[in-house]
Design a protein around this ligand. Sequence first.
Ligand code: CO
Length: 136
Amino acid sequence: MIGRLNHVAIAVPDLDAAAALYRDTLGAAVSPPEPLPEHGVTTVFVELPNSKVELIHPLGEASPIAGFLERNPKGGIHHLCYEVRDIHAAVEAMKAHGMTVIGDGEPSIGAHGLPVVFLHPRDFCGTLIELEEVSA
Ligand code: CO
């Protein structure tokens, strides 16, 4: 069912330092910081030949990643995002397997303007999973 690994999201306590690490130490192409207030994060996109890394930092009072960074003060892998062709079919398949879809099970519009759902880490080896619908 799943397709490409779309991105790995890494929560970081210092976005500039993390961007410099990927740009200057690893030699990656790194975007300027992009505030996404509706998602409560500021993101730096790291473009790799076969996928992306997204460095995410809390934005605003009620950021969904604030608690994660409190538990992981040096930062850490926050979620993996896999591509799917049909998000509603994916949700039904996950529910049929007894997986926990976070929220009401309805896809929301994610950081890339595409429909996404999140799957609870307890069902996926301790890793928060994002499924993102991409067109062919
Ligand atoms: Co993501």
